[in-house]
Design a protein around this ligand. Structure first.
Ligand code: 5AD
Ligand code: SF4
Length: 480
């Protein structure tokens, strides 16, 4: 293997874990294009493949904006692109396997067309084990950069074009908050708006606090300005994004918190506001009140529970018990009766007994969630849980997952039944993927609705009467 050490600016989980008091800078002028990169992409195309969560989707919009500021245009054909970026996810092993599969494919592509610049970024780039594997097995990769280095893309691309060796720049210590980056939004009517970056919760199974760094909030003025601009550009819906939006503002050390921000965003008058994700531990009463008060804050809360057993929750480092979660759940349902609540659940966490899994089932039976994202526990190198013995047999884990998923479908179907013959408001996103004659979009409660309607209303919020209910979608006809 080659000696990469001379230019190895790779990641360190140990460094990433550090939550020092170092000041966070909010920087407006970090982005610049080196003179010799101006217009470098003219007549050329780029392809970005995004894996994982909304934070990555938003980052990909920024990567796209940066590449377009260099003159590149997007292509849907990976084979035609001169720049290919994989924006990766590290949350579970199978997410990483998918990326390694794609790297294998791209290696072949590069043999046919050696001029492609092939880059890897996102959460996997922050992991030492991944970087080692790429250096050893996939030296054809031209460029690796981390989640804190996105604004450096023009400079890094330049190095990758000039140098014969792989360019690697991953900062492990969380960066600053970088404002004023170019961006090409994926949707014309709904938009992601970052309100904060990173996570300080350190749930024992989770790699995110290491790959995304410490919690850093954007200034409210910058967020509100972005929302205002979206309104002026005709956007109907925004989703406020953070690993745990409830932590918004804690790093400022003043009174202004997520409930204040939510209220200020609601007052801008944008028709629809969503937010994700909320940790049950610091979901405040004030937040519930604000959500209940404003019609444009949609009655939809993603509230990951992870397990129904207090014992397991303790080992997961979740900071709440089953009872405390249920108390919060009931409070939300009482104050916002039509609120849809969805969740995330992990099965097969180390030492999870059959009885403890049954507690997850009974909690689910009680909460009757509209939807849940369910996962088999996957050890992540460097996290505290990875040191626990992964001692539940894979067949047992799978069986727990199947049983849970059956319950998830049953409750999703049950929850959807209440919309039959009701009129719901839908933001029309376009024609349905499966049938060009049908339109589709999401209701306030985040239900996918396929319906017969007026194509001129794409981009608007319309009323739809629900005529058929399925487990994962609703069908209907536009009435207004
Ligand atoms: N194994 C399985 N699922 C995980 N999640 C996070 N880390 C892991 C892991 N190591 C799940 C949690 C989280 C969601 C985004 O992914 O349920 O809420
Ligand atoms: Fe991971 Fe927990 Fe932070 Fe969510 S709150 S990103 S599960 S550490």
């Amino acid at each position: 293997m080659k000696d990469y050490s001379k230019y190895f600016k790779g990641p360190s989980l140990k460094e990433a874990k550090n939550r020092g008091k170092s000041e966070i800078h909010h920087i407006n002028d970090a982005y610049h294009i080196p003179v010799d990169m101006i217009g470098i992409g003219k007549g050329q195309t780029y392809f970005i493949q995004t894996y994982g969560c909304q934070a990555n989707e938003r980052d990909s919009e920024i990567l796209a904006g940066i590449l377009e500021s260099l003159g590149y245009r997007a292509t849907d054909e990976i084979k035609e692109a001169q720049v290919v970026l994989l924006n990766t996810c590290a949350i579970r092993e199978n997410a990483e396997e998918k990326v390694f599969g794609k790297i294998g494919y791209l290696k072949k592509l590069k043999r046919v067309n050696p001029n492609i610049i092939f880059g890897i970024c996102g959460c996997m780039a922050q992991e030492e084990v991944v970087i080692k594997k790429i250096l050893e097995k996939h030296p054809q990769v031209d460029l690796i950069f981390g989640t804190h280095n996105i604004h450096r893309l023009p400079e890094l691309l330049k190095q990758a074009m000039l140098e014969k060796e792989m360019v690697l720049e991953v900062w492990s210590k969380e960066g600053d908050v970088i404002e004023s980056l170019p961006s090409h939004r994926a949707h014309p009517y709904k938009a992601w708006v970052n309100i904060m970056y990173g996570c300080n919760k350190f749930c024992t199974y989770c790699i995110v606090p290491y790959t995304r760094g410490k919690e850093r909030s954007r200034h409210k003025e910058d967020i509100l300005e972005e929302v205002q601009e979206l309104i002026e550009n005709g956007y109907q819906e925004i989703t406020l994004l953070g690993q745990n939006v409830n932590s918004y503002g804690k790093d400022f050390g003043d009174e202004y918190d997520f409930s204040n921000l939510l209220e200020d965003v609601a007052k801008t008058g944008i028709p629809r506001i969503r937010f994700t994700t909320s940790h049950p531990w610091d979901f405040s009463e004030k937040m519930i009140e604000v959500i209940a008060k404003y019609d444009n804050i949609l009655p939809f809360i993603h509230l990951p529970v992870q397990s129904g057993s207090s014992e397991v929750l303790k080992r997961m480092g979740r900071r709440y018990t089953r009872e405390q979660y249920l108390e919060l759940f009931d409070k939300i349902k009482k104050k916002i009766p039509d609120c849809t609540i969805t969740t995330d659940i992990i099965v097969g966490f180390p030492d999870e007994t059959k009885e403890q899994f049954e507690e997850t089932m009974t909690l689910y039976e009680y909460c009757e969630y509209d939807l849940a994202y369910t996962f088999i526990y996957s050890p992540r190198a460097g996290t505290p849980a990875a040191k626990m013995e992964d001692n539940i047999d894979i067949h047992e884990k799978e069986e727990r997952l199947y049983r849970l998923n059956d319950l998830v479908s049953e409750k999703a179907n049950k929850q959807n039944q209440k919309y039959l013959n009701q009129i719901v408001e839908v933001l029309v996103e376009g024609t349905s993927k499966k049938n060009d004659e049908m339109l589709s979009g999401y209701s306030k409660h985040n239900k996918l609705v396929n319906f017969k309607g007026n194509k001129n209303d794409i981009g608007k919020i319309v009323k739809v009467k629900i005529t058929e209910v399925k487990t994962w979608a609703l069908k209907g006809e536009q009435v207004e």
